[in-house]
Design a protein around this ligand. Structure first.
Ligand SMILES: [Zn+2]
Length: 172
């Protein structure tokens, strides 16, 4: 078990467009396990590789762990949203923007095509929390944070708040 450090906004590595994964080896499996360990340690339901400073298009999720009982691990590698339907307002938080939540517009239903940890193609048709979490995590792979959907004024306030937050905690 290896819990990695989750980067906190504002951090340059949260803003990079992550690279596609082409090698499916033991190193990748270790990284994926570390991502799950890190996500669970922080009580998250999703984590994208750029959040731990890894420049790769990998997302791990366990939306079911939200209720504290079950567990349903999902790994998405090089994921692409191929279909979006409807619209929903979701109240979101993010491990990289701690102690903050805001309403964001998302598609209600989505279809995602991706590869799993073995490199085999997978397709998910998702709605509800799963669909929202997927859209949030996929944004991370393109350097997009949920707070980017807020007004400029709110984002400027958050920038000030998190610069102070990080300074107080000696975070990079
Ligand atoms: Zn996030």
């Amino acid at each position: 078990m290896a819990v990695r450090e989750v980067l906190v906004f504002p951090h340059n590595k949260l803003r990079t467009k992550a690279k596609e994964v082409s090698v499916f080896d033991d190193e990748l499996k270790t990284l994926i396990q570390d991502m799950f360990d890190t996500m669970y340690a922080d009580d998250g339901i999703g984590l994208a590789a750029p959040q731990i400073g890894v420049d790769k298009r990998i997302v791990v999720m366990d939306v079911a762990s939200n209720d504290g009982k079950s567990s349903e691990q999902i790994v998405l590698i090089n994921p692409v949203i191929t279909k979006k339907e409807g619209e929903v307002i979701s109240n979101e938080g993010c491990l990289s923007v701690p102690e903050y939540r805001a309403d964001v517009n998302r598609a209600e239903k989505i279809t995602i095509e991706a590869l799993n940890a073995e490199g085999a193609p997978v397709v998910y048709e998702a709605d509800g929390l799963l669909a929202i979490c997927m859209q949030h995590e996929l944004d991370h792979l393109d350097g997009v944070l949920f707070i980017d959907y807020l007004s400029r004024l709110k984002r400027d306030r958050l920038l000030t708040k998190y610069k102070k937050y990080k300074k107080e905690r000696n975070l990079e």
